[in-house]
Ligand binder design. Structure first.
Ligand SMILES: Cc1cc2nc3c(=O)[nH]c(=O)nc-3n(C[C@H](O)[C@H](O)[C@H](O)COP(=O)(O)OP(=O)(O)OC[C@H]3O[C@@H](n4cnc5c(N)ncnc54)[C@H](O)[C@@H]3O)c2cc1C
Length: 395
């Protein structure tokens, strides 16, 4: 299997969901959003177990590692906030961090046992299979060129066919094109890259992240890495702002950084490289738009979408079924060109309602058969779009 399929990891919380940045939202709303975002990995791993998806899912935790005194302070602040919210996180000092990482590079780290990693292509394939088992039909590689509403239905035109649907989710994220007017102006698409070694000798990998958590650095430039199920080191972070076609030479910065961290890697073959685009939003929050009746747009996981987008899949399914939004919500979102976020009123409705959902395990149970199918259809179509992107990665 090409390790291009092993790009992502699942990270608890989100740099895009800070603990204290919700002016204008009722405390309960912010609280619900924080809990959903930081609980997204638990939701994802539970979901994988329930669907029986074989994707090397490992819940060995995440380390958010400080790279200097300043970021150590920030990590400490986040750790205190997590503890205050009763989260199962632990702040590690320099010595504990060295034991957890195998290097003395980091003065401190926040360990969150809910995080972990998975094989994203197999995850997407598992989701697609579950959707098909539930009756969904999947059409990969077909770009929607236009979406028009007529007689209460959406007509989605591709260059080969037209699909007619009752409800529409636009989840094109950083790849937003001209499908929805001006949507792409509401985000900044940024490439992130990964370079992978050949499978490493056992005596070398034994000292790198020995308990196999994933690590991301808290610094000016984010670097993230992990050892995958085949004992490859996957180093992710800054790279060229254009699509890579497998050439590892374009990611020398990451290779050199890895070799500075781990001198024993000198001489190791770097066999694979790939990249893709993340959607960064100006306010670093995910955005939900309701631009028309029976249409929702979601984007902006800000680089944390493996778990967060999974958890949002449930929210979107419920929102599409009108189970999330309150019937008396103040106003519908009016999508604007250059919109950077929803109106506060709509945000409040959305986040308030996040707090009113039943737990992950129960959400499908309470629905009748038809609704169950519809939810899975929405969710899996949404995930399948991700799958097509990952497949694009490995071409
Ligand atoms: C190299 C790399 C490493 C990453 N590492 C991590 C990580 O460790 N942890 C983490 O949580 N996240 C990570 N991410 C981010 C994560 O991949 C994203 O947050 C996540 O994929 C977002 O999911 P999404 O479904 O919202 O959008 P995407 O996965 O971007 O999917 C959008 C899809 O929409 C399709 N599309 C666009 N326009 C149209 C159209 N008109 N018609 C039909 N389809 C269309 C695109 O082709 C694309 O497939 C990483 C990303 C990259 C690139």
């Amino acid at each position: 299997m090409h390790p291009g399929a092993m790009a992502d990891k699942s990270i608890p919380g989100s740099s895009s969901i800070p603990m204290n940045c919700f002016p204008g939202l009722a405390a309960i709303s912010a609280s619900a959003l924080i809990d959903m975002a930081w609980g997204a990995p638990d939701f994802t791993f539970d979901f994988i177990r329930r669907l029986g998806i074989d994707c090397d899912a490992r819940q060995n935790g995440t380390l958010r590692a400080a790279t200097n005194a300043l970021t150590a302070k920030a990590v400490g602040t986040t750790a205190a906030q997590c503890l205050a919210r009763g989260m199962p996180t632990r702040l590690l000092d320099a010595k504990q961090t060295a034991l957890a990482t195998g290097t003395d590079r980091y003065p401190a780290a926040l360990f969150d046992p809910r995080g972990g990693d998975l094989h994203p292509l197999n995850y997407a394939r598992g989701l697609a299979a579950a959707a098909q088992n539930a009756g969904a039909s999947i059409h990969g590689g077909s770009r929607v060129i236009s979406a028009r509403k007529q007689s209460g239905q959406w007509f989605l035109h591709t260059d080969k066919a037209t699909v007619v649907v009752e409800k529409l989710l636009v989840v094109t994220n950083a790849y937003a094109d001209g499908l929805w007017p001006d949507l792409k102006k509401s985000l900044v698409p940024v490439f992130s890259s990964i370079v992978a070694t050949q499978p490493l000798p056992v005596d070398v990998v034994a000292h790198i992240l020995p308990d196999r958590p994933v690590l991301y650095e808290s610094g000016h430039i984010t670097v993230y890495y992990r050892i995958d199920a085949e004992n490859r080191l996957l180093m992710g972070g800054r790279g060229p702002q254009r699509a890579l076609t497998g050439q590892t030479g374009a990611l020398d910065y990451l290779k050199h950084y890895a070799e500075r961290l781990r001198p024993e890697l000198k001489g190791t073959r770097w066999t694979h490289a790939w990249n893709g685009q993340l959607a960064i939003t100006p306010d670093h929050l995910p955005h939900l738009h309701e631009p028309a009746e029976d249409a929702l747009i979601y984007l902006g996981c800000n680089g944390r979408g493996v778990a967060l987008a999974t958890a949002m899949g449930k929210q979107l399914a419920l929102a599409s079924g009108r189970r999330v939004f309150r019937s008396d919500r103040p106003s519908r979102d009016r999508y604007r060109a250059n919109a950077v976020s929803r109106s506060v009123a709509d945000r409040r409705a959305f986040h308030d309602d996040l707090g009113q959902n039943e737990g992950p395990a129960g959400y499908l149970k309470s629905l009748d058969k038809r609704r169950k199918l519809t939810i899975l259809e929405y969710f899996l179509i949404y995930k399948f779009i991700r799958c097509t992107k990952i497949i694009e990665f490995i071409r």
